[in-house]
Design a protein around this ligand. Structure first.
Ligand SMILES: [Zn+2]
Length: 173
């Protein structure tokens, strides 16, 4: 097995379904995966999908939140979050917006994606959405300490490379 694949699975030991010890074996395509000898469940390790929101107001100011929790607690970032399995990417983005900033919004378009490393989940696939506000009242909620609009020439340092890239794409900064 090549080293990188082995390392990807070294922290995965027990079947999530039945609790039996997993064995790393090749699947039908010849790829190594942890498999459960008792219930035949296969563990696929995939990048974790997340969404991030670029929202500008009528003054062309950018909406940012100050993060309450690690990673990067106390730093500024776009409203964002890991995807829930019961929400589409678009629904997920709109829900994160409400939860973190109190604003309701409408998807304008998908900015693109950013694929990057994460200390916790190895790889994150971040999907950026351009959203316009349609209502609500701006207030920090959920995992945000603060939520406010910043003039583009006065942005604070942004916590994540993926967010910096989405901001750059949408504002020519
Ligand atoms: Zn099992």
């Amino acid at each position: 097995m090549n080293k990188s694949k082995q390392n990807s699975y070294q922290d995965v030991n027990f079947c999530l379904r039945c609790g039996h010890k997993l064995e790393i074996k090749t699947d039908r395509e010849g790829k190594y995966r942890p498999q459960c000898p008792a219930c035949h469940w296969i563990y696929y390790k995939n990048p974790v999908p997340a969404v991030a929101i670029v929202l500008l107001n009528d003054l062309h100011e950018l909406l940012l939140i100050k993060r309450r929790f690690e990673p990067k607690a106390g730093e500024w970032a776009l409203p964002s979050g890991y995807m829930e399995v019961y929400l589409s990417p678009e629904e997920n983005a709109l829900e994160e917006l409400i939860e973190e900033t109190g604003l309701q919004g409408r998807i304008k378009y998908c900015i693109g994606w950013h694929y990057g490393s994460s200390p916790l989940y190895e790889k994150i696939l971040n999907i950026g959405f351009r959203i316009e506000a349609t209502g609500g009242t701006l207030m920090a909620g959920d995992d945000a300490l603060e939520a406010r609009f910043f003039p583009l020439e006065q942005l604070p340092p942004i916590a994540f490379a993926s967010h910096r890239e989405f901001i750059r794409k949408e504002t020519d900064l």
